[in-house]
Design a protein. Structure first.
Length: 269
């Protein structure tokens, strides 16, 4: 007959063995669950990457076709506007400015010149209050540098102001930056100066912003350009929202919103 002490020892060993087996099963299941979760995560990432790639291809095709059609339609008006600018303020009717584009690459955007020659030397033509306003938002509510500006309050009705208010000054970008070079899109975050980028976006925000091509119009331009700025971080939030939620449906909504905004004169793109 088995000794009671021996039997107790056997029971103890048996329980320990059972506990080890159960623990191994738990660990194995946890590993299995983790592996499945990892595989599921990788699958989702791959699926998301495919969707992003498909979106970029469709968007570039959409940008090219639409900008090509627009370029054909706008060619004569653009030449006429360029001639008018030259007559009103002799010099190159076009203006090229360096901005930051996709993946932190420098791009050169083409615009109609809405300001008088030499306007880049703004420190000599602006008051201290205007300089402070410009350095905060990189625009002026009443800009004395505009072509045709004669007295305070003229910025919306002078020739240069009309070019800006109706976003006519942006039209050359349709041909040059969107159709030909492809370094801009019809819809995207506003192409900004490097100084703007470094002063108003944190490093992680910069990466998100520069992961998308800048656009002729965008979420911020269409919905809140004249009402939202850098100072309260709302402009940054709107630009980053588009970058993380971009889709063809959102692009179409922004295009229609932009058309309505420009028609009613609420803001420019």
């Amino acid at each position: 007959m088995l000794d009671v002490k021996e039997k107790g020892t056997d029971d103890k060993v048996s329980k320990e063995i059972t506990a080890v087996v159960q623990n191994d099963a738990v660990v194995e299941q946890a590993v299995l669950d983790g592996t499945l979760a990892l595989e599921t995560g990788e699958t989702l990432v791959k699926e998301k990457s495919k969707q992003r790639l498909a979106y970029r291809i469709l968007k570039r095709g959409f940008d090219f076709i639409l900008s090509l059609i627009a370029s054909i339609i706008l060619l004569i008006p653009i030449l006429v506007i360029a001639l008018i600018i030259f007559v009103k303020d002799p010099g190159n009717p076009f203006y090229i400015q360096k901005r930051v584009g996709l993946k932190n690459k420098e791009i050169h955007i083409l615009k109609f010149r809405s300001m008088r020659k030499g306007a880049d030397e703004f420190e000599d033509s602006l008051t201290p209050e205007q300089l402070e306003e410009y350095r905060l938002e990189y625009k002026l509510e009443d800009d004395p540098r505009l072509i045709g500006y004669k007295k305070p309050g003229d910025s919306k009705k002078c020739f240069g102001g009309i070019l800006r208010r109706l976003s006519i000054d942006e039209l050359p970008q349709v041909i040059w930056n969107i159709c030909i070079k492809g370094d801009m899109s019809i819809v995207g975050p506003r192409p900004i100066l490097r100084e703007e980028l470094e002063n108003h976006y944190m490093p992680d925000e910069q990466k998100i912003l520069l992961s998308v091509k800048p656009g002729l119009t965008g979420y911020w331009q269409a919905y809140a350009r004249n009402d939202v700025g850098y100072s309260d971080h709302e402009r940054q939030d709107m630009e980053l929202y588009y970058c993380t939620n971009r889709s063809l449906l959102l692009d179409i909504k922004i295009i229609f919103k932009t058309i309505g905004t420009v028609i009613v004169g609420k803001g420019a793109i």
